[in-house]
Design a protein around this ligand. Structure first.
Ligand code: SF4
Length: 198
């Protein structure tokens, strides 16, 4: 059987700064490669799959300081790879596994991921082809209320993420929450940036 390897970019321990688990200690694992090229992407260093080290599950976990209760697999776009072996190994360490995805790829149920955060991207890339637990939308000039797929997650699990603490973004998020109460939106912040611990 072929041994699965993952293109590894980096790992670090910190806090989950966004969404439902905001403030919780988390170990982040970033994998390389993405199927999108968003203009504002702040993780472009994860694009180059060829330059990333290919690590087996055991090698990857040895790189990580798995001291935190939550492990967040992010990218890039981590659903480009079969995550089942990695998630199974992390579960054996009694940690919960969350994933951050752009939502464009299906996530098989057998991967057994505990929490899926999808951040749909503007334009045609707003497709959501997985079953997320929560949605995060960056509130920029392009975001329209018609883009928000609140029916895809339980009520109260859509976060309007303020873009880089911009006041215009904050005002727009605030207005959307107040003007569309039926969508049960929430304003989302980046706690790690506010605390200055990113
Ligand atoms: S989906 Fe995420 S990682 Fe990929 S290009 Fe867009 S912002 Fe960057």
């Amino acid at each position: 059987m072929e041994l699965i390897t993952y293109p590894f970019v980096e790992t670090f321990a910190g806090i989950q700064g966004e969404g439902t688990f905001m403030g919780m200690g988390a170990t982040f694992i970033r994998l390389a490669g993405c199927n999108l090229r968003c203009a504002w992407c702040d993780t472009t260093h994860s694009f180059d799959v060829d330059r990333a080290r290919r690590l087996t599950v055991n090698e990857l976990l040895q790189e990580c300081s798995l001291t935190q209760p939550l492990v967040v697999i992010t990218g890039g776009e981590p659903t480009l790879y079969n995550l089942q072996p990695l998630v199974t190994a992390i579960h054996k360490l009694d940690k919960r596994v969350a994933i951050e995805t752009n939502g464009t790829n299906p996530i098989p149920a057998e991967w057994d991921i505990d929490w899926v955060t999808a951040s749909p991207k503007p334009g045609s890339n707003y497709a959501i082809n997985c079953r997320p637990n929560e949605l995060k939308y960056v509130v920029d000039d392009r975001l329209s209320v018609t883009d928000i797929a609140a029916d895809r997650v339980p009520p109260g699990h859509v976060y309007l993420q303020i873009e880089s603490c911009r006041p215009e973004s904050a005002r727009k998020a605030y207005k959307m929450v107040v003007e569309y109460p039926e969508l049960k939106l929430r304003v989302g912040i980046q706690l790690h940036k506010i605390l200055g611990v990113e």
